[in-house]
Design a protein around this ligand. Structure first.
Ligand code: IDP
Ligand code: MG
Length: 137
């Protein structure tokens, strides 16, 4: 069984969408292996989004992701990474299909409600960034 890292971003928390998003993953059949709320600091933001360092939107992205509490989760299930990305929808929420989380709750390319790992290496890296072994079941 595959694991993926999912995070409700500060906009999703502000919009009170945590229960909605957790519910979608539960109802799809995934198992919850870890969950916590935290405030991301600049150092963690830079490590989490290291692949985007230097891009024009990077500073704004770091400002956004550190702007309020997030909810970090590990979900496990068959093809969890790809299935979760499909549930999230395209990065630019204006392009995301209705029925996806981004397509239902955002119109923004930056403030797009939720993060999901984009591959097996990212998933392992991101789970390790946010969770210690004793925080996962
Ligand atoms: P992803 O979250 O769908 O994997 P990435 O390309 O990895 O998308 O970008 C990470 C995050 O950076 C996005 O979810 C979004 O919040 C933000 N972002 C990506 N591209 C842009 C952009 O062109 N303008 C503003 N923010 C962006
Ligand atoms: Mg990404």
């Amino acid at each position: 069984m595959e694991q993926t890292f999912i995070m409700v971003k500060p906009d999703g928390v502000r919009l009170r969408l945590v229960g909605e998003i957790v519910g979608r993953f539960e109802r799809r059949g995934f198992a919850l292996r870890g969950l916590k709320t935290l405030r991301i600091d600049r150092s963690l933001a830079e490590r989490h989004y290291a692949e985007h360092a230097g891009k024009p939107f990077f500073e704004s992205l770091v400002g956004f992701i550190t702007s309020g509490p997030v909810v970090a989760m590990v979900w496990e299930g068959r093809d969890a990474i790809a299935v979760a990305r499909a549930m999230l929808g395209l990065t630019d929420a204006a392009q995301a299909a209705p029925g996806t989380i981004r397509g239902d709750f955002s119109l923004s390319k930056e403030q797009n409600i939720v993060h999901g790992s984009d591959g097996p290496q990212s998933a392992v890296r991101e789970i390790g960034l946010f969770f210690g072994e004793h925080e996962l079941v």
